[in-house]
Design a protein around this ligand. Structure first.
Ligand code: ADP
Ligand code: AMP
Length: 213
């Protein structure tokens, strides 16, 4: 089962991808998480990616495609995966498509989590991320048990720099310009499914499970 999560930043791709990964026992692969782990470890890749991420821009395709192809080549991806935040451009989608075609394979579903822009800025300003394990919360919808402390590892929760409203508006603009065309791309491939991402997260998940089963 090879699934792509599409949707604006903050639409709930990561939230749903984690639930899908758990239910269907496939790895959850988030290029954003891979970049953030590299930034934390101060690797060369992390330092390069940070320049773009801080401004809400996309990391260049050459860098992003390489880390994704390396990741999906790992053994745990043999039975499939759920991609969260990749592809974000048509060239990225084409590289993935070519790599899969060479193996006589293809994406099974591209799930578009649809949330209007007006809801996004509100959601992003409420998102809190764990500095250590990357778990995400929302101050209203998914609050941690203790304010600003991760339930899973006890570390501090922060508002990501790129979730501040001025950067979110830039990320949304880039989403519409560069990522939204993927909706037509996957529609043409016959694998696009759209879910209403404004519903409660468990209801969104139920809609996704109905599609996948
Ligand atoms: P993305 O991966 O698309 O950037 P996230 O999954 O991190 O988005 O979700 C963004 C924020 O919105 C998080 O704080 C998350 O807890 C919250 N969230 C996710 N899904 C929903 C939902 N259906 N309703 C309300 N809040 C949600
Ligand atoms: P995310 O955690 O998915 O919201 O991603 C955070 C940031 O990482 C994005 O705003 C981009 O700067 C960068 N990023 C993540 N995935 C990609 C991708 N597929 N292509 C380019 N940049 C990406």
């Amino acid at each position: 089962m090879k699934i792509i999560m599409l949707g604006a930043p903050g639409a709930g791709k990561g939230t749903q991808a984690k639930m899908i990964a758990e239910k269907f026992s496939v790895p959850h692969i988030s290029t954003g998480d891979i970049f953030r782990a590299n930034i934390k470890n101060q690797t060369e890749l992390g330092m390069e990616a940070k320049k773009y991420m801080d401004e809400g821009k996309l990391v260049p395709d050459e860098l992003t495609v390489k880390i994704l192809l390396d990741r999906v080549a790992k053994e745990d991806c043999a039975n499939g995966y759920v991609l969260d935040g990749f592809p974000r451009t048509i060239p990225q989608a084409e590289v993935l498509n070519d790599a899969l075609t060479k193996m006589n394979d293809a994406i099974d579903y591209a799930i578009d989590v649809d949330v209007p822009d007006e809801n996004i800025v509100k959601r992003m300003s409420g998102r809190r991320a764990c500095v250590t394990c990357g778990a995400t919360y929302h101050i209203v919808h998914v609050p941690p048990k203790t304010e600003n402390i991760c339930d899973k590892c006890g570390s501090e929760l922060i508002l990501r720099d790129d979730d501040k409203p001025e950067t979110v508006l830039n990320r949304l603009k880039i989403y519409h310009e560069q990522t939204q065309p993927l909706i037509d791309y996957y529609t043409e491939k016959g694998v696009l499914k759209t879910v209403d991402g404004t519903k409660d997260m468990n209801d969104v998940f139920a809609d996704i499970v109905a599609i996948l089963q």
